[in-house]
Ligand binder design. Sequence first.
Ligand SMILES: *[C@@H]1O[C@H](CO)[C@@H](O)[C@H](O)[C@H]1NC(C)=O
Ligand SMILES: *[C@@H]1O[C@H](CO)[C@@H](O)[C@H](O)[C@H]1NC(C)=O
Ligand SMILES: *[C@@H]1O[C@H](CO)[C@@H](O)[C@H](O)[C@H]1NC(C)=O
Ligand SMILES: *[C@@H]1O[C@H](CO)[C@@H](O)[C@H](O)[C@H]1NC(C)=O
Ligand SMILES: *[C@@H]1O[C@H](CO)[C@@H](O)[C@H](O)[C@H]1NC(C)=O
Ligand SMILES: *[C@@H]1O[C@H](CO)[C@@H](O)[C@H](O)[C@H]1NC(C)=O
Ligand SMILES: *[C@@H]1O[C@H](CO)[C@@H](O)[C@H](O)[C@H]1NC(C)=O
Length: 801
Amino acid sequence: MKPQSLLLALTSATLAVSKTADYGYTFNPVVVSGGGYITGIIGHSTEKDLLYTRTDIGGSYRWNASTGKWVPLTDFISAADENLLGTESIALDPNDPDVLYLAQGRYLSSGDGAFFVSKDRGESFEVYDAPFAMGANELGRNNGERLAVNPFKAGEVWMGTRMAGLMRSLDGTRTWENVTSFPDAAVNGVGIYWVIFDTRTEGTVYVGVGVPGGIYVTRDSGVSWEQVPGQPLEWDEAVLVFPDETQPQSSGPQPMKGVLASNGALYVTYADAPGPYGVTYGGVYVYNTSSSDWANITPGKGNTYPAPFANQTFPAGGFCGLSVDAKDPETLVVVSLDRDPGPALDSVYLSHDGGRSWKDVSQLSTPPESGGYWGHPIEDAAFKDGTAVPWLSFNWGPQWGGYGAPSPVRGLTKFGWWMTAVLIDPSDSDHLLYGTGATIWATDSLSRADKNKSPEWYIQAEGIEESVALAMASPNGGPSHLLTGLGDINGYRYGDLDVPQPMFGLPVFSNLNALDWAGQKPTTIIRAGPCGHNYTDGCGLAAHSSDGGDTWTKFATCIPGVEVGTSNPGTIAIDASGKHIVWTSAMTTYWGTLQAVTPSANESGPYATTDLGKTWISPTGLNVQTPNISADRVQPKTFYSFTDGNWYLSKNGGVSYTSLKGKEVGLPAHPGAIPIASFDRAGEIWLALGDLGIYHTRNFGRKWTKLTGRGVTARHLTIGAGARRSSTPALFILGTAASHGSLSKDGVYRSDDNGKTWARVNDEDHQYGGVGLIQGDPRVYGRVYLGTGGRGIVYADIKKH
Ligand SMILES: *[C@@H]1O[C@H](CO)[C@@H](O)[C@H](O)[C@H]1NC(C)=O
Ligand SMILES: *[C@@H]1O[C@H](CO)[C@@H](O)[C@H](O)[C@H]1NC(C)=O
Ligand SMILES: *[C@@H]1O[C@H](CO)[C@@H](O)[C@H](O)[C@H]1NC(C)=O
Ligand SMILES: *[C@@H]1O[C@H](CO)[C@@H](O)[C@H](O)[C@H]1NC(C)=O
Ligand SMILES: *[C@@H]1O[C@H](CO)[C@@H](O)[C@H](O)[C@H]1NC(C)=O
Ligand SMILES: *[C@@H]1O[C@H](CO)[C@@H](O)[C@H](O)[C@H]1NC(C)=O
Ligand SMILES: *[C@@H]1O[C@H](CO)[C@@H](O)[C@H](O)[C@H]1NC(C)=O
């Protein structure tokens, strides 16, 4: 070989290992299937299988019938636009199935709202700022639809807003004008619930405001309005179960949802509060738009089969969910709302005679041994292909502290709660879908109810992921690649990321805030989260498992300052041997909504235990409840903390710490950060110090080196398996990593050369309203788990190359 080509070969070899390659990424959900409240299910009136769902905090989805999955449409929302990740309302153009309007914005207080307008069913959008605020995660989010397209004028869109009255756009949501003639702007935070164009008569529009008597009609495209006569303004005494103890919360029924059927019947569900929670009374009425007659068609004692469950002696709840069969105006379903805490819980009612008589589909679907708690047999909690959705069987037993109504009957999963989104598929009358606070149930055999049989049910939520990620861990051994902690629905462990898993067992947490695994015993794991139940046999806020999360032992006692009712129990860490645990009540902050508490007044540092919490030791040398603590994954008894600018090291299981001033060990002035320990090398640690970049040590923190150059900012850091033949793990950061000195976009980045060069992981189409936490996988090169604030957890893998 000639010298010159040898030189060339060497140069290219050096380049190959010294630069982080940008292979591109694929993004897939770590499957829960649902995981949050489904606020709307909308079907196009003429186009077969064209269905959309909206959620309160996780954007909107379109159904793909050939893959059997919902396709997320709003993942391009950036972290800066996080508030736009809730859908207040969806409108479809009855004359053009390709057109889709989404009204986006979670909170009124955020002020920013936007319209996403698509001409290709949500594949791409034009985005226009809205001149008024939206409240997709506010009270009344169960009602609607607030947004509607004029069937006689393409591009004319009306919106019943919460705070700004009735608004109209003549240019497809770009600009808006106030329909000032509308008599009842009801600036009460919930405002107008629905807008319905009469598809038979141009210029006729019905609008429902969330107040008694709040239904109005115009017959001249909004020039003049009439309050619809004869509306129910007072409560029907028959529905007031305990009027002395529980008065209705409004002077009369408030219209929640309305549907104008093809025969001119306007069906309306009613309640005494906006919902989805806190409703006590309601009803269902129908208005004949030609004769102006009203009829009370509330399902009740005399007109339902089977008769109501006898023990139901509590306020009967209201009504919200409503769908009318597109093929038969006399066939409809309505759903009760907030009938808990009675045994039966809410019912889905089906009528084929315009509401004169009803079948209680929930009751017909419930096995006889249920004791009156409506539920599906657990086996029914499965996708259509039979794949089980086992976490939906949660909630056996009174220990459960929140999230949905109880169904303490073993063998059943709750029929549902907050079932306010319901749809009889416009192209298939046998296909009914209903959303719950957690998922979507569906049947293809609704008509079995006509024969007093249970329809066959399945879960139709594949692709919908709307949980909030609070904690993640990826052990370097054992059957689980990922352990998750979520808002509202506890936590899960995953061997197969693509298949729903059972929920972690008792103690069940209403949130799971902290997780850790023992570096040399990866199936020994600990978790902490709030729990509403006051256990007499231990602390319900932290638990230990030595079998990878199959079974759990509660800690014997909680640390000082943590008790039933503590909303976030803080941070826990377990040493490499699995024998030493530290727990601190100062929480780790990821989301703006979870502010870190001021470290406890107790001048103890992280409490340490070797007996699963029978005794807690207050350490010496570190006297602040810092969240910035972690364990070495290789050397037992070793804990680290970077707190208040000092580096702390414990080699005796957190009983005592030695501290060194940051300056003495080469660290810059910085308040503190979580030490990220190597999964295979004792004493190797990284720190993400925001604008100051990434610092690294190989000797337990006695000497630190800055790894990154200008332009690298790292809010969070995680490590995963290194590239083939690489001696360093892959680093991932949340932040910016400018290459060539240019400013880069905020996002998730990977480095294969310990921080010298970086490649972007997530692209503009995969921003999820912001990624709040990241977790590398010690066993899969390139993989990073992205924890979002409303789109669950996503695993990003390097594209096949
Ligand atoms: C469904 O998804 C498949 C695979 O991504 C795609 O080819 C097809 O066009 C989609 N169908 C619809 C109706 O969106
Ligand atoms: C729209 O008009 C109504 C009625 O005049 C008024 O109450 C409301 O405040 C107006 N909205 C805006 C945004 O100006
Ligand atoms: C509405 O009332 C008219 C006149 O009484 C009647 O002919 C029609 O059948 C009614 N429509 C419905 C849907 O009941
Ligand atoms: C309903 O009432 C029956 C008869 O009084 C009783 O045996 C049963 O336990 C009650 N069920 C519930 C769920 O309260
Ligand atoms: C929990 O139970 C203990 C013992 O019964 C009691 O002293 C304490 O007040 C209870 N705490 C709460 C928050 O219910
Ligand atoms: C502070 O910590 C000590 C040592 O663990 C404990 O005994 C004491 O109860 C704690 N005090 C408070 C107010 O939490
Ligand atoms: C912990 O780390 C965070 C993130 O860097 C920092 O904001 C906070 O001040 C630190 N707290 C302590 C007590 O070290």
